[in-house]
Design a protein around this ligand. Sequence first.
Ligand code: BES
Ligand code: MN
Ligand code: ZN
Length: 501
Amino acid sequence: MLKIAFAEPKLPTAGTYAVAVSADRTLSPEGLELDKKLGGALRRAMNASRFTGKRDEVLAVLSPHDLSVQRVLLYGVGKAEELSDLRLQGVGAAILAHLNQAGESEATVSVGRLGGATGTAAQRAVELAYGALLRSYRFDKYRTREKPEKKPSLKKLTVAVTGASAAQRSFMTREKIADGVFMTRDLVSEPPNVLHPPGMAEHARTLAKLGVDVEVLGLKDLKKLGMGALIGVAQGSAHEPHVVVMRWSGDPKGRDRKPVAFCGKGVTFDTGGISLKPAAGMEDMKWDMAGSGAVVGLMKTLAGRRARVNAVGIVGMVENMPSATAQRPSDIVKSMSGQTIEVLNTDAEGRLVLADVLWYCQDRFKPRFMVDLATLTGAIVVALGSEHAGLFSNNDELAEKLLAAGKSTGELLWRMPLSEAYDQEIDSDVADVKNISGGRGGGGIIGAQFLQRFVNNAPWAHLDIAGMAWSKKDQGTVPKGATAFGVRLLDRLVADNYESS
Ligand code: BES
Ligand code: MN
Ligand code: ZN
């Protein structure tokens, strides 16, 4: 685990000393001082290379003469006046990635008089450190024979800045966000033989020690509630389905106010069921529980930072398997809402799970709003790729707040339409609604329209995160693998709009 600390500016005596360079090889004041001390070695090194101080570029100067540090790392920040919070996080991530590759074990990053950007130096230091922390995540619990030289090397990162104790204090909140993000990344990375519905219930129970009230509903409870749609998906699996309800009551003053609510699709493995998926790429369906993973991580963050909000998180956990007991295309199930559903494709299972979870959520908690997260459709990936999650909502105000939180955190959303005309496409000939449309178009929208039939007009937003939950490459603060998309976004939604002061 990487340790991050803040300290007042001082030339370190070991490890790496990192100083900022802005566009066109402009050394920061600290860099200039150091360069003078080194007889112009830094400037010569820059001139001898292609390094110009672009954002996320780095240049290492090894064993500088007359200094006890092992290396000076010049890190590019681009144009200082364009250095937003998100970009600072990216810079922190780039430095961290470089140091881990270089085999360094300790480093001091000078943020001192970086200049240009808004906010105080201490605030900028927090952003940079947060980016480094987010990038430091690695899922390696199943690597038992890894060579030490392949492991990340950095143990300690010190951020040197005036006002270090203020930075340290404000960083505590960021660490809580990272705790939630890391929990989500862990859950989503776990293989499906470990992270099955009861496995997820066990992980969710660990939130109790943070003061979260955790209830685990099993098959018997779900039957009593009438969750026939969710149960139908799970009936081909050897694992019992679970619905986990997590409650964080951080706003006692708002005791009488309705809670905010987050619901997650938790298909721990999606084979497609009898409408079986092809073999190629099926392994990706271990992360078909990313929505539920994000909800659990979000609850961990809210409780960890003791957010002044009353929040409910509900996840519907099932495994979608083909077997002698699996549901068939053309089965008709009865949802908790009372509506009957014709299941024409057993691979459109996420919507069946959420139909019951969303109904249950609004019925029991009468929330101020519900946001669901789901790896719901391949169609949303076709439409938006891996740059935006699809946002669907029956409430413009909620949608605007979500879009804004997306921009602030870099977890971007793109709003998609809902309408009567799309809704008609899921009218069934034999039941109240069918789980797929007859046509091939607008698959992401059809999925959302289906969900909307189960929200009972409560303010609601659906995030289709199928293109966002897993990354095939390292991307700034998000190392490749599980992204935990949604945790930072929804934490920000709450922090900016729904916490009492
Ligand atoms: N879990 C999938 C959606 C998915 C696809 C997530 C790719 C992540 C990456 C979902 O359950 C599914 O199978 N959806 C079908 C719906 C179709 C049968 C209407 C799809 O998108 O093909
Ligand atoms: Mn499916
Ligand atoms: Zn699925």
